[in-house]
Design a binder for this molecule. Structure first.
Ligand code: 5GP
Length: 137
C-alpha cells in the first residue's frame, strides 16, 4: 500500500474537511480549491491512477462521484460541476493516488480560459483515430 497524503487523511493522521465516507471511498474538500466547494473523491484501496486501478475500486469511486456531485452543486448554489481527473505528471497529477475532482461551476466565465480548443487537419484526424484503434486490438 502506498503511503500517500490521501492515505494519511483516510487514517485521520492529516486533518481534512471530510464531507462523505463509506467502506470503499472518502470525499473531502480540496485544500487549494479552484472555487469554494471543490471536492476530491478518493478510493480507500490504493491505486496510482486510471492505469492501474481495478474495476471494483473504480466503480466504487464513480458511484461516490455520482452521489456527491449534486450535493456539491447544491451545497454552494452552483449550476453545474466539472468532474476532472489527472493521470500521471504529464496530465497534471501531483498526488499519485487516484482521485476525481468535483468542481462547482456557476457560469462558463469560470472556466472558459482553461480548455483552449484547436482544429484537426483532416489527415491528422484520421491518423490519430487509427493509432488509438490499433492499441485496442
Ligand atoms: P492532482 O493535480 O493530483 O489531480 O490534484 C491533487 C489535489 O490534491 C490538488 O488540487 C491539491 O490541492 C489537493 N491536495 C494536496 N494535498 C492535500 C491535502 O493535504 N489535503 C487536501 N484536502 N487536499 C490536498
Amino acid at each position: 500500500m502506498e503511503d500517500t497524503i490521501f492515505m494519511k487523511i483516510i487514517r485521520r493522521e492529516v486533518p481534512a474537511h471530510i464531507v462523505y465516507e463509506d467502506d470503499e471511498t472518502i470525499a473531502f474538500l480540496d485544500a487549494k480549491p479552484n472555487v469554494p466547494g471543490h471536492t476530491l473523491v478518493v478510493p480507500k484501496k490504493y491505486a496510482r491512477n486510471i492505469f492501474d486501478v481495478d474495476e471494483t475500486t473504480l466503480n466504487a469511486v464513480i458511484r461516490t462521484v455520482r452521489m456527491i456531485a449534486p450535493a456539491v452543486r447544491d451545497g454552494v448554489g452552483a449550476h453545474g460541476v466539472h468532474i476532472n481527473s489527472n493521470h500521471e505528471a504529464a496530465a497534471g497529477q501531483i498526488v499519485f493516488h487516484l482521485h476525481f475532482h468535483i468542481i462547482p461551476r456557476h457560469d462558463q466565465s469560470e472556466f472558459e480560459f482553461c480548455w483552449p480548443k484547436r482544429e484537426y487537419p483532416r489527415d491528422e484526424f484520421v491518423a490519430v483515430a487509427e493509432k488509438i484503434r490499433a492499441q485496442l486490438i
